[in-house]
Ligand binder design. Structure first.
Ligand SMILES: *Cc1c(COP(=O)(O)O)cnc(C)c1O
Length: 379
């Protein structure tokens, strides 16, 4: 099945009780049983809910996976995944990581005895030197936030396999339309579906997809046992968002390309980070493992100061200054004073996050209007 058909049809079926073509919102906490233990597959809504079941099947299909497990947020998904491990287990992670994931690993899970190493994975070969007998998982994000670096998923999968460790990929930035890590050898895919999958900035949600039945069963157990489950209304919004993912992503890619080239030509702009430039260090890998380059871009100003960046951020009219990404509307953010403000300046700069670095989540509006907005804000 081609992507356009898959995102609309895969995993979902008309409602068996009424024939409703769209999955109803089963806004109920419990399900009446014919007698004790005699039920129709649904007992209590933390354990199962029909709206969630359809979403989980649709998300699994979107990633070419067998099992989908949904959570109340992206971080709840990652938190539940980390419960698969035991004190002393080691996880190798990227140093260019979503801040909330870093905080979850360092501040929540390290005190429980999990060990994390945050390393540069832009040369996959270097990962091997960090592997020990205790290494149980490699966790990565690609493209990374906010510097749009690319990590070779296939190469990491081979390294993980050789080490007897799992490879998990946070695929939020690419979306299941642009990149399918399970097809490239990953064991686990995670999404903050809050972003591109939902696509309309109106829902917070997370999911994990895997082909491994044992991992899936453990995660279904934890989903019920720990209870970070999404409500049925949220599941409905995600089902709705997923149906247009391919159309939205095509436009995100087209607009991203136009804005990236526009910025690169602009006299006030110093450096533009976008993985579709042929001279981007990860271009060849991105071209091989992604189906497009997406709408996430970051750039530095020639006037490399916090004040100059703040002037641009407070001058855009279409690009809204906000955290998050992946919605139909364009957003603009300033990592140094927003998402990465808690990192000491010296460390931030050493990691390549300049004072003037600005991040764009390019939406699906008209590209000329978006360029005009940036033009006036840069002026
Ligand atoms: C937003 C985000 C998360 C966290 O997801 P929430 O839904 O906000 O909990 C994780 N990873 C990446 C790359 C994100 O952008």
């Amino acid at each position: 099945m081609k992507a356009a058909t898959k995102f609309i049809h895969a995993g979902v079926h008309p409602d068996p009780s009424t024939g409703a073509i769209m999955t109803p919102i089963y806004q109920t906490s419990t399900f009446v049983q014919d007698g004790p233990g005699k039920h129709k597959g649904y007992e209590y809504a933390r354990t199962q809910n029909p709206t969630r079941t359809q979403l989980q099947n649709a998300l699994a299909a979107a990633e070419n996976g067998k099992y989908g497990i949904s959570f109340s947020s992206g971080l709840a998904a990652t938190d539940t995944l980390l419960k698969l491990f035991k004190p002393g287990d080691e996880i190798i992670s990227t140093n260019d990581l979503y801040g909330g994931t870093y905080r979850l690993m360092r501040k929540v899970w390290e005190p429980y005895g999990l060990k994390f190493r945050f390393i540069d994975m832009s040369e996959a070969g270097t990962i091997s030197s960090y592997i020990t007998p205790a290494t149980k998982m490699i966790w990565l994000e690609t493209p990374t936030n906010p510097l749009i670096r690319i990590i070779d998923i296939k190469a990491c999968a081979a390294i993980a396999k050789q080490a007897g460790a799992l490879l998990a990929v946070d695929n939020t930035f690419a979306s299941p339309y642009l990149q399918n890590p399970l097809d490239l050898g990953a064991d686990i895919v995670m999404h903050s579906a809050t972003k591109y999958i939902g696509g309309h900035s109106d829902v917070v949600h997370g999911c994990i997809i895997t082909n491994d039945k044992e991992i899936a069963d453990q995660l279904y157990f934890l989903q019920n046992a720990c209870g970070a489950v999404p409500g049925p209304q949220d599941c409905f919004l995600l089902l709705r968002g997923l149906k247009t993912l391919h159309v939205r992503m095509q436009r995100h890619c087209e607009n991203g390309e136009q804005i990236a080239h526009f910025l690169r030509r602009h006299s006030k702009v110093n450096k533009v980070h976008w993985c579709g430039f042929e001279d981007h260090p990860g271009y060849a890998i991105a071209k091989a493992q992604m189906h497009g380059f997406g709408g996430m871009i970051s750039f530095e100003l020639k006037d490399n100061t916090l004040a100059a960046a703040e002037r641009v951020l407070s001058s855009t009219k279409l690009f809204a200054c906000a955290e998050s990404l992946g919605g139909v509307e364009s957003l603009i953010g300033h990592p140094a004073s927003m998402t990465h403000a808690s990192i000491p300046r010296a460390e931030r700069i050493a990691n390549g996050l300049a004072d003037s670095l600005i991040r764009l989540s390019v939406g699906i509006e008209d590209a000329d209007d978006l360029k005009a907005d940036l033009e006036q804000a840069l002026g």
